[in-house]
Design a binder for this molecule. Structure first.
Ligand SMILES: NC(=O)c1ccc[n+]([C@@H]2O[C@H](COP(=O)([O-])OP(=O)(O)OC[C@H]3O[C@@H](n4cnc5c(N)ncnc54)[C@H](O)[C@@H]3O)[C@@H](O)[C@H]2O)c1
Length: 299
């Protein structure tokens, strides 16, 4: 039984049926609620997205592709952004940092392998030192492997789990620890944990979101469809090899056969959704996985 129903039982007495504002204030005072907690009209300021200025975000795997688009979009939305990737993509990280500074926002980069907990903790400390308290973590880094079940080696499987599962957990857990230690999260200004999902692995993290919401941290995921990034170049060429088809034909076929809106997705389709998930407009959204695929999966 939640505290609202407990309070209702304790104070259960007939309430005049006349539907006027006095009735609501009597009920509100019996429940020891301030009038605005019981019922309130919305004001025009509540229809505006709050500014993100002064907030900072980390976007993992953001030297290219969807992560880069998210980082640039959040910077345009007012965030200072920490770019992350593995060492092999350090040059791409530096380029994105420069692009963000040109927008007029602060930026830095932290090389870290998200599958290593210690490296993730260091990345967060670098970001906090350079950009201030952490508001939003976008756990975007991920890998794809194009192999039939029986061809997957033990190492393939471990690597996939390490990056796509342990990596996400490391980013969520370390970011949540940091946000809780800051004591600056409120229901009107929650921390945001946002993760990359996929239409291929469409499932919510119900227990995690429940746990985190207690600390004024929302947890949501975005599930892209077929996005024309380096990842799909690999998927396309591997599938084409297996089927004896020319390079570039598989992505076209998949989009033609399965996407209602009939085009390959671009990273900006995804970063527009993440912009919403990282903004005040989504402060009451948690535990959701939002598909953004041009009409492949229908929820
Ligand atoms: N492209 C798609 O169609 C598609 C569809 C569904 C989901 N996704 C997901 O969206 C996310 C971004 O995909 P993308 O298409 O931009 O892929 P991408 O391969 O272009 O970019 C992924 C980035 O993550 C980085 N990365 C990989 N392992 C890492 C690690 N251990 N630590 C830190 N960084 C690491 C890579 O170096 C790369 O820069 C991924 O999680 C992917 O699974 C993509």
């Amino acid at each position: 039984m939640n505290s609202f129903s407990r309070a209702t039982l304790r104070t259960a007495r007939p309430i005049p049926v006349k539907p006027n504002t006095t009735q609501y204030s009597v009920v509100a005072s019996r429940l020891r609620l301030a009038p605005h907690q019981f019922c309130r009209a919305s004001s025009s300021s509540e229809h505006q997205r709050e500014s993100n200025t002064g907030k900072s975000a980390i976007v993992t795997g953001s030297s290219r592709g969807i992560g880069k688009s998210i980082a640039l979009r959040l910077a345009t939305d007012g965030y200072d952004v920490c770019i992350n990737d593995i060492g092999a993509n350090a040059e791409g990280c530096m380029e994105v940092v420069e692009e963000i500074r040109a927008i007029g926002r602060k930026s830095c980069f932290a090389i870290a392998d998200v599958s290593k907990r210690g490296e993730v903790a260091n990345m967060i400390q670098t970001s906090v030192k350079e950009l201030g308290p952490l508001s939003t973590m976008v756990a975007n880094a991920g890998i794809a492997q194009v192999k039939a079940l029986l061809d997957l080696t033990e190492q393939d499987f471990e690597h996939m789990l390490a990056v796509n599962v342990t990596g996400l957990h490391n980013c969520y857990a370390e970011a949540a620890k940091q946000m809780i230690s800051q004591h600056d999260r409120t229901p009107d200004n929650p921390g945001k944990l946002i993760g990359a999902a996929s239409i291929v692995a469409f499932k919510p993290f119900a227990l995690l979101s429940h746990y985190s919401a207690k600390h004024n941290i929302t947890v949501n995921a975005y599930a892209p469809g077929i996005v024309g990034t380096a990842m799909w170049e690999i998927i396309d060429s591997e599938l084409a090899k297996k089927k004896g088809q020319p390079k570039g034909s598989m992505i076209k076929k998949y989009v033609h056969d399965s996407t209602a809106l009939g085009r390959v997705s671009v990273p900006e389709d995804v970063s527009k959704l993440v912009s919403f998930l990282a903004s005040s407009d989504s402060n009451f959204v948690t535990g959701q996985t939002q598909v953004v695929d041009g009409g492949i999966i229908y929820t």
